[in-house]
Design a protein around this ligand. Structure first.
Ligand code: SAM
Length: 240
């Protein structure tokens, strides 16, 4: 997959050189480049913003540098991701969809956002996805871009060392949050690992984990519960 990110703070994206995205680049699964939007300005001040037409607070990102940047970076048919709190919610399903794309271009907005005409013009030849990380407002699109790129990259075939890690995660196919997890030692500061996990009985362990996943989801995110699961398991509020 090819990913191009455009930002006025390219250093913000340096985290993409670390950890799993960094490894994906080394493995050749991910071809990623970060660009400074100001490289497409032509004035002495390298200005990327101007006052909002019609009045109001703040500044708006100018169409000209964005237009030229996207002409240079986004071939016809590529997918343009535009992080915005006014967008469709970014979910694991969206991450799965995007992981099948060949080329993503991420446009990180700042100030009051990007002039709408950049998106309208881009939609003539690109798939444009305006995506929100959640119902809160960040200062810029960079944090959202980091989150979205990481969520998409870990779904690329060959990206995760152990593909089974993806199978039972929260927000997976069964719609449940993941059950609580434990490691050694079996007792720590007076807290015991649940006995069933030490039993070696795989069927019992699987049943316990499923019940815990249902309980957690019921308590924390009932909106996620598949209709078939409701009422299946008694809900006890003792789960962490
Ligand atoms: N005036 C905009 C509005 O109310 O919709 C908010 C602009 S915000 C201060 C600046 C930039 O941060 C946005 O253009 C977007 O790139 C990014 N941003 C802020 N919150 C976000 C969110 N929840 N999800 C994705 N991007 C966000």
């Amino acid at each position: 997959m090819r990913v191009d990110v455009v930002s006025i703070f390219p250093d913000y994206l340096r985290a993409l050189e670390l950890s799993l995205p960094g490894r994906a680049r080394e493995k050749g699964l991910l071809d990623l480049a970060v660009h400074d939007l100001r490289d497409w300005t032509h004035d002495r001040h390298r200005a990327v913003d101007d006052t909002p037409t019609g009045g109001g607070a703040g500044m708006v990102m100018k169409p000209q540098p964005w237009g030229e940047a996207l002409d240079a970076l986004a071939p016809d048919g590529a997918t343009l991701l535009v992080p915005t709190p006014a967008g469709e919610r970014f979910t694991q399903r969206v991450a799965e969809e995007l992981s099948a794309r060949e080329h993503l271009v991420v446009a990180c907005g700042r100030y009051e956002g990007i002039d709408q005409r950049v998106l309208d013009e881009s939609a003539r030849r690109l798939e444009v996805r305006e995506l929100s990380l959640g119902d809160y407002v960040l200062n810029g699109g960079e944090v959202a871009a980091l989150a979205m790129i990481e969520a998409v990259c870990r779904l690329l075939p060959g990206f995760m060392g152990n593909a089974e890690s993806l199978a039972e995660e929260s927000h997976g196919a069964d719609g449940l949050l993941e059950y609580p997890v434990y490691t050694r030692p079996a007792a720590w500061r007076g807290h015991e690992v649940p006995e069933v996990l030490l039993s070696g009985d795989h069927a019992r362990i699987a049943a316990w984990r499923h019940a815990q996943a249902v309980r957690r989801t019921t308590l924390r995110r009932p909106d996620l519960l598949p209709a078939t699961t409701t009422g299946e398991t008694e809900v006890r509020p003792a789960v962490a």
